[in-house]
Design a protein around this ligand. Structure first.
Ligand SMILES: Nc1ncnc2c1ncn2[C@@H]1O[C@H](COP(=O)(O)OP(=O)(O)OP(=O)(O)O)[C@@H](O)[C@H]1O
Ligand SMILES: Cc1ncsc1CCO
Length: 268
């Protein structure tokens, strides 16, 4: 699997696909810079009258539910339909579905209406799509952060039910298609103290979806962010310097660093 991930790293830099992101204003700039740093071309258009045309010519589409608005909800549906017609792969990032019924119901609607290749969320967000739980914000709950694996059942069920790949982020990033389970280990706990690193992970997965199959694209997006963070960590003194160093880490990431700084375990 690592060999395949290293190939995707190179293929993205060569192909430079357009990645259309409809996402929140909190982390939109970090996501665009992360995409540029790995070799993709970001496009963050969100006007309902232009998104369908832009998606139709993109290599992948990211729909991120953070800080959702009526306009972005309309745009996401239009872009999602265009993606289905043009066979553009979609990743849906479930930001905030555990604290907002509006977002959870909209996520379920999108899942039924279109067919996202990948679903991404932290452990609490993934559980909220399968169970009646409620959180008070966009971060993982303390209980789920300490969890050793109950969220994996929710991820597997979700993947099987919607025929998709589910990535659950956290200290380990777990990727499943309902049968296979791949665990990505690495990175630093400091990543969880920089807002929008989950959104960046989603944007990177979108980029690798433009050059690879859903399961390997999800593993690749997680591995690349983890390895880039570990590579720059020696020069970092807190969340602020980690945030600004990440783009350099992504830009300079070599296949050797990818192998050195993260583990990819195929679980039985
Ligand atoms: N304890 C940890 N150790 C190592 N890496 C971590 C840890 N916690 C989170 N990460 C990494 O941080 C990134 C974001 O994951 P997280 O689960 O915090 O997402 P999120 O809650 O959706 O983030 P956000 O809402 O801020 O965008 C991922 O790359 C993940 O691997
Ligand atoms: C803090 C926050 N609120 C909505 S989106 C976002 C960025 C991290 O998900």
């Amino acid at each position: 699997m690592k060999k395949r991930i290293c190939m995707l790293l190179e293929q993205l830099r060569q192909k430079q696909p357009l990645v259309h992101c409809i996402t929140n204003p909190i982390s939109i700039n970090d996501c665009a810079n992360a995409l540029l740093a790995v070799g993709a071309r970001p496009m963050m258009a969100e006007h309902p009258r232009e998104v369908a045309g832009i998606t139709a010519h993109a290599g992948a589409l990211l729909l991120n539910l953070g800080n959702i608005t009526d306009v972005r909800m309309e745009s996401m549906q239009l872009a999602g339909q265009a993606a289905m017609q043009a066979k553009v792969p979609v990743i849906l990032d479930l930001v905030g579905v555990a604290c907002s019924d509006l977002r959870r119901e909209f996520a379920l609607h999108l899942l039924e209406q279109m067919h996202p290749a990948v679903l991404r969320g932290n452990r609490t967000e993934i559980r909220a799509m399968q169970e009646q739980i409620h959180a008070d914000g966009v971060d993982v709950s303390r209980e789920d952060a300490a969890d050793t694996g109950a969220y994996l059942n929710a991820a597997r069920q979700l993947a099987a039910r919607y025929d998709t790949v589910v990535l659950t982020s956290g200290a380990a990033d777990d990727v499943t298609d309902g049968q296979k389970h791949v665990r990505v280990l690495g990175g630093t706990e400091l990543l969880s103290h920089v807002t929008g690193t989950g959104c960046m992970q989603g944007a990177l997965i979108a980029a690798y979806l433009a050059v690879g199959a859903p399961l390997e694209a999800a593993v690749c997006g997680a591995a690349v962010l983890d390895a880039a963070a570990s590579a720059v960590l020696p020069g970092v003194s807190g969340p602020g310097s980690l945030r600004s160093a990440l783009a350099d880490g992504l830009w300079n990431l070599s296949p050797e660093q990818l192998c050195k700084y993260c583990e990819i375990e195929e679980q039985l």
